[in-house]
Design a protein around this ligand. Structure first.
Ligand SMILES: Cc1cc2nc3c(=O)[nH]c(=O)nc-3n(C[C@H](O)[C@H](O)[C@H](O)COP(=O)(O)OP(=O)(O)OC[C@H]3O[C@@H](n4cnc5c(N)ncnc54)[C@H](O)[C@@H]3O)c2cc1C
Length: 856
């Protein structure tokens, strides 16, 4: 065993071996994997070995597609068979709602390079004759599905890594991790200490324990999972003989069941409702190659549905029931990336579908470690997406919820109840008492809408407009015509101070820093000139700035800020989290209302649009920004939590004479739509450039050399291919939800309309060749203007909904830049739930296009 290496990977499951292989392939051959026992000594050895590309997050779906594509090359490189069976698979819908869900997934596939097809239950039965097709209303076919040998695949990664020079040390547990002042890690093992620049936690079932070695509680939990194997079945043998093919994989949403052919019989697994965590607090180190006791009673309700839907299976004898544990994060997606607050400590764990995702995880992480950037939009699996509130008990509740509804529909307006409330503001009880329907915003309870007296404060979940429609509309109209108040504690807030603060922010941000007492809006870019943040920044005082951003990106942004802090200590950054909370007032009467609450002049002359001021509001020390996301005359008021009730009640009392209303997050988002304002993580993401994102007026290429400036200048110089637009949609009773394809009636071919996924970091195709700046590495075939008559898919929706004040259904999304200013009727259609609805670009915002109201 070497004593010094560039990186140590802890854990020899499929994920650790993939990370090791990808690091070696990217040129880091001085790497070592340390495994406590033999390879595949955690969850990898008893997996069912299924793989597929479908994922709720299109970016994770792309990395899954890469994983599947990799296997053939991996076999060639390693000489080790993965026993690949690329059978294809069908997803069965038993209700019209589930069929809507499949239509949405299929529509997404149009610009993701996926080749799915909607088919009838009978067509599905022809590929899997053990089903009773009368239980279903429709299905979706996906050719990129199948199964493999989990152990062979893990060894294929390991062999390929060894061939490239990586070292694998077996039967040696990592027992401690310490860090020197210079950042070097001491990886203390049973066989001695290895010094390493980087450590990667691929501990699988023990990833929590490895995290604890460095003081981090990772939000993941192992669950028991069962699948059964039948005796050989004559029906299977007959099908194979007749068609010369293997039966396909089947996913049955209703029974939360997956099934497929295994040898001459069938494998059937289920995500049961009565699910059971395994080792909820500590994973025993002596757990090895053993299985857990099967518990058929627990899965009996799912089996009952399964046998009804697949009567052919019921007749078969059960040969074996496998019960084994594997880990999940609270949302079921992996935890990947550098852990904020630590240096060179990386995670690739909670990978619940290691054989669908392991390759993509290895590729993204190796890019990140070697080039400083994952090279893809990996937010959906970034370890930074969880805050401190994702504690052991929170994780336990959420993982159980997620497991038990693994294949359930999540409606766009559906809030899941487990582990709530986690964080609350001092106004929580007041809001609930006022009939607020609460939502979870990065672990914080936030009012979504308010039910009037006599109306039940509860969402009716649906893909269509729902029971909140009328009430959200009333909140919007009252705010736009009089004045409204809403909680905005769910923003991220930071303070930067020190002698170097202005230079620091000028280096990170694309916009010029404002004068003292003023505010700017500014995007932030990575080295590749892609959008990684969008902030409101106020110059609060000499060497002091206040920053507001997206709540969910707090750890993601802190990680970036900390990475770029000057080493000389001239800049300090503080994240407030919920130690600073806020309220926003907006509408034509907002100024008169604020004036009643303060002892200084807040007329437009004295307190202009985009001014920042510290003042007492209702007697409480507050920060007041003259800006709101409603795009109306209004203010954001920030205070310590101890003052929030005082300020809220002062606002409500003083606002009575103006007919003040409470409005929730849904009304706020509706109002931003009619102003064409983008949102972070929907319109603005690291796959888009600042000019593509239509953020031109916030990009000051001339001001100084900020991160990403060169790439942004290039984007501007060459002209961008895509452009963010706002569209008005002739919708029926369902508005866009995000991710719908945009069709256009065009004669010109706009080339690749595949949604960008990867970007500038060097990345590699499956054969290990560098594929800089292309989409080839994702393995998805480029969709070249799919032609349906003259209609082609030219773009995709990022978000949208109903803009209540202007009474229009609206969408934002990306289309080829050449079409972005074209407001012609009849040019565009947006596919909503399988129906193409006419849509028209709307360049100027439909509400207050000149921005006169917010300037007041
Ligand atoms: C019954 C069942 C069915 C499944 N079916 C599928 C399926 O069909 N498709 C699919 O994609 N996935 C499936 N999975 C999930 C799949 O098994 C996991 O996604 C995958 O195994 C995760 O791999 P890993 O490398 O992250 O973790 P693990 O396999 O748990 O590997 C972690 C490794 O780290 C080692 N380790 C931990 N701590 C230390 C330490 N301190 N020092 C040294 N070594 C350490 C362990 O010994 C272990 O070998 C299934 C799982 C189960 C249980």
């Amino acid at each position: 065993m070497k004593s010094h290496v560039k990186a140590v990977v802890i854990g020899g499951g499929v994920v650790g071996c993939s990370v090791l292989y990808h690091l070696a392939r990217a040129g880091w051959t001085d790497v070592m994997l340390i495994e406590r026992s033999e390879l595949t000594s955690g969850s990898s050895w008893h997996a069912a070995g299924g793989f597929h590309t479908l994922n709720g997050d299109p970016n994770v779906a792309k990395l899954q597609a890469y994983t599947v594509q990799l296997y053939k090359e991996l076999e060639e490189l390693s000489g080790q068979s993965c026993s690949l069976h690329l059978t294809g698979g069908v997803m069965m819908a038993d209700t019209p709602e589930r069929m809507d869900f499949l239509r949405l997934a299929h529509a997404k596939g149009r610009y993701l390079g996926m080749d799915t097809e909607l088919i009838t239950p009978s067509e599905a039965k022809a590929m899997f004759p053990l089903m009773d097709e009368t239980n279903f209303v429709g299905a979706m076919w996906d050719p990129v599905e199948g199964h493999l040998d989990p152990s062979g695949t893990t060894h294929a990664y390991a062999k390929a890594a060894r061939k490239l020079g990586a070292e694998i040390v077996l039967r040696n547990r990592v027992v401690e991790l310490t860090q020197e002042v210079d950042g070097t890690w001491n990886v203390v093992t049973e066989q001695g200490t290895v010094k390493a620049e980087h450590v990667v936690n691929c501990g699988g079932l023990w990833a929590r324990e490895v995290g604890r070695m460095v003081g981090v509680e990772l939000p993941l939990l192992a669950m028991e999972h069962m699948y059964l194997l039948t005796e050989p079945m004559p029906e299977v043998e007959e099908f194979n003989a007749r068609t010369g093919r293997e039966m396909v994989g089947v996913l049955d949403f209703k029974g939360e069941i997956y099934t497929r052919q295994e040898r001459n019989g069938v494998l059937l697994g289920t995500y049961e409702k009565a699910c059971k965590p395994w080792s909820p607090v500590n994973t025993p180190w002596d757990f090895g190659h053993e299985l857990l006791q099967p518990d058929i009673d627990r899965i009996a309700p799912s089996l009952e549905i399964g046998f009804k839907h697949f009567p052919g299976i019921e007749k078969a004898g059960i040969k074996q029931v496998i019960n084994g544990p594997f880990t999940f994060a609270p949302d079921g997606n992996p935890l990947v990336g550098p852990v904020q607050g630590l240096t060179n400590f990386w995670c690739a764990c909670a990978v619940m579908a290691g054989f669908s995702q392991g390759g993509g995880v290895g590729l993204a992480l190796s890019n990140w470690m070697v080039s400083g950037d994952p090279g893809f939009d990996v937010w959906g699996m970034d370890v930074a997406r969880w805050g401190e509130w994702a504690s052991l008990r929170y994780t336990n509740a959420k993982v159980r919820e997620n497991y038990s509804r693994r294949f359930s529909i999540r409606f766009p307006n559906e809030e899941l109840p487990a582990a709530r409330p986690a964080q609350t503001t001092p106004l929580y009880d007041t809001m609930v008492a006022q009939n607020a329907v609460m939502g979870d915003s990065w672990g914080l309870e936030t009012p979504l809408w308010f039910a009037p007296e006599g109306v039940e404060p509860k969402d009716r979940v649906s893909f269509h407009r729902s029971n909140d429609f009328e009430h959200v509309g009333n909140e919007v109209r009252a705010t736009r015509e009089r004045v409204g108040v809403t909680e905005i504690a769910n923003f991220a807030k930071y303070e930067v101070n020190g002698t170097g603060s202005e230079d620091f922010l000028n280096r990170l941000m694309t916009n010029r820093m404002p004068k003292i007492g003023r505010i700017v809006l500014t995007p932030m870019l990575n080295e590749f000139g892609k959008l990684i943040g969008d902030f409101t920044i106020a110059h609060a005082g000499e060497e002091r700035f206040m920053i507001w951003g997206s709540s969910a990106a707090q750890k993601y942004h802190m990680r970036w800020f900390e990475k770029h802090l000057p080493k000389d200590g001239s800049v300090r950054i503080h994240r407030f989290d919920q130690t600073l909370v806020g309220l926003s007032i907006a509408g034509p009467k907002a100024q008169a209302l604020l004036q009643k609450l303060v002892d200084e002049d807040v007329s437009t002359k004295a307190f202009k649009f985009m001014d920042f001021r510290e003042m007492a509001v209702g007697g409480a020390p507050c920060i007041v920004n003259r800006i709101t996301y409603t795009g109306d005359l209004g203010y954001e008021i920030w205070m310590q939590p101890a003052y929030q009730r005082l300020v809220y009640h002062a606002i409500k009392d003083a606002g009575e004479e103006f007919g003040i209303v409470d409005f929730g997050m849904r009304a706020l988002l509706s109002m931003r739509l009619e102003k064409n304002f983008p949102t972070w993580f929907r319109e603005l993401r690291p796959i888009y450039g600042p000019f593509e994102g239509a953020m031109d007026r916030f990009i000051r290429l001339e001001k100084n050399d900020f991160i990403g400036r060169e790439a942004a200048a290039k984007e501007k110089g060459e002209g961008c291919k895509l452009r963010r637009v706002s569209l008005i949609v002739d919708a029926a009773d369902a508005d866009v939800m995000g991710d719908e394809p945009i069709w256009a009636k065009v004669s010109q071919d706009y080339g690749t309309v595949e949604k960008p996924h990867g970007y500038g970091a060097p990345r590699f195709d499956a054969a290990g060749k560098e594929a800089r700046g292309s989409t080839a590495a994702t393995g998805a075939s480029a969709v070249r203007g799919i032609i349906h008559g003259e209609w082609r898919v030219v773009g995709w929706v990022t978000s949208g909904g109903y803009a209540h004040y202007v009474e229009k259904s609206m969408a934002q999304g990306y289309v080829p830049a050449a079409l972005a200013e074209n407001e012609s009727e009849g040019l565009f259609e947006i596919e909503i739930l399988g129906h193409r609805r006419p849509a028209r670009i709307n360049v100027a915002p439909p509400f207050d296009p000149a921005g006169e109201k917010m300037r007041g």
